[in-house]
Design a protein around this ligand. Structure first.
Ligand SMILES: Cc1ncc(COP(=O)(O)O)c(C=O)c1O
Ligand SMILES: [Zn+2]
Length: 420
């Protein structure tokens, strides 16, 4: 089935105005965001669980529900990441069936490889020769890797405050990195002006309606990996709110095309760092009006968007699904990174720490019930932001190369080995 049948075009989320498939992201009538509109009845006729199971071991197994006609980069294995049962963490938090969706093992070590995979395929379809993004850190490496490997001239813009590991991880692919002295929101404004000036594919600006669809695969995979069951509760991080809102859209589409039966019941909770929590604040105040944060201060740099484009929709989804949007302090984030590492062997960056700290808060306050099947999205890798925890850790014990020195050093250590 080709695009003509499967994809109707773009549609304004606010006024419903329709547009053809083209590289634009705002409605020219009301400035609302544009979204891809599918013909779900046509997709229902051709998609099936069996067809998906025979597809590639990557996000492209869900191509029927992605806005790409051709040119997907099948050799770059993005998605179908582990849904790891997390019994130890579950026990610590009093949750009986907890899973961690470990998306930190994608090629550039964050979930951003999903959205960029869709964006680069679409940019090539549209005939662009230049690929670009406005990043909080992780999008930079995903865009750099995909752009360069697909032979596109690639520019990535990132704030000067980004962790060193993320800069190195973006620079290694050979794209042009532009470090901007300002907040993410200022950088994003600069990129919007550049997108008006140059005919570039800015993944999260003019390509955004297509790019953001990549995040739906986080929902598709979890449902398939649970044996075609929707979880009762999801906890996901929020920066712009794109991932969060697309997980919701993805779940609903599975019912719409007959891959899930019954009615949607998943509660979708959101997680933010306290120093940049405009969506959590709006949720707490029971309003959908987002008050932008001018100067974010959270340790979770990757989530530091003061004026989130999808914040309004995120609050509505939390309200509609019975989820909660919470914020957590830097100390809670650092503690949660160590908790996840020591219970489940997964080292996440602060965005994952925000998610796990929020999961803990919701479990402890009873807002997640013990028997809810719960999935926490861990979206970025700890190796990219080691400074978040390195000061907290006793990195090594120093010994001379003698048994006596070793045994003297481990005296009194909690985990001293037992001699045979
Ligand atoms: C690791 C990580 N998780 C989650 C997010 C949230 O992304 P969104 O802007 O889709 O809310 C980001 C954004 O950069 C991120 O880097
Ligand atoms: Zn409109």
């Amino acid at each position: 089935m080709n695009n003509v049948e499967r994809i109707r075009g773009l549609k304004c989320r606010e006024c419903g105005e329709r547009y053809p498939v083209q590289p634009t992201h705002v409605c020219s009538f009301c400035f609302g965001p544009l979204e891809v509109e599918y013909d779900y009845d046509a997709i229902r006729e051709t998609t099936s669980r069996e067809k998906i199971a025979q597809g590639p071991v990557s996000l492209w197994r869900y191509k029927d529900l992605l806005p790409v006609e051709q040119g997907e980069d099948l050799n770059w294995r993005v998605g179908f990441t582990p849904l790891q049962p997390a019994p130890n963490l579950g026990k610590a938090l009093g949750l009986k069936e907890l899973y961690v969706k470990n998306d930190s093992v994608n090629p550039t070590f964050s979930f951003k490889d999903r959205v960029v995979s869709v964006a680069v395929a679409k940019a090539k379809e549209f005939g662009f020769d230049t690929f670009a993004c406005a990043s909080t850190g992780n999008l930079a490496s995903a865009t750099a890797a995909a752009g360069v490997r697909n032979g596109l001239r690639t520019y990535v813009f990132l704030p000067h405050t980004v962790e060193h590991g993320k800069v190195v991880n973006a620079a290694v692919y050979g794209a042009t990195l532009v470090s901007v002295e300002g907040t993410y929101d200022e950088l994003n404004r600069l990129c919007s002006e550049l997108a008006d000036r140059y005919s570039w594919a800015f993944v999260n600006i003019n390509i955004r309606p297509f790019y953001s669809e990549g995040s739906k695969t986080l929902a598709f995979e979890v449902v398939e990996q649970l044996g075609w069951r929707a979880p009762d509760h999801i906890v996901a991080p929020i920066a712009s709110g794109s991932l969060y809102t697309k997980v919701y859209k993805g779940l609903n589409e599975l019912y719409r095309v007959g891959l899930l039966e019954g009615t949607p019941h998943t509660r979708i909770s959101g997680a933010q760092g306290e120093g940049c929590s405009p969506v959590a604040q709006a949720y707490a105040a029971n309003t959908t009006a987002i008050r932008p944060v001018k100067m974010p201060t959270t340790i979770a740099h990757s989530l530091a968007i003061g004026n989130p484009a999808d914040g309004y929709y995120a609050v509505k989804i939390a309200q509609d699904t019975g989820g909660v949007i919470e914020s957590v302090t830097d100390d809670e984030v650092v503690e949660a990174i160590q908790l996840l590492a020591s219970t489940e062997g997964v080292f996440t960056e602060p965005a994952g720490g925000v998610t796990i700290a929020t999961l803990k808060k919701l479990a402890e306050s009873g807002q997640i019930a013990p028997d809810e099947v719960t999935v926490a999205y861990v979206t970025g890798n700890g190796l990219k932001a080691q400074e978040a925890v390195s000061d907290q850790l006793d990195l090594t014990i120093q010994v001379a190369p003698h048994v006596e020195s070793f045994e003297a050093a481990i005296q009194g250590l909690e985990r001293a080995p037992v001699t045979v």
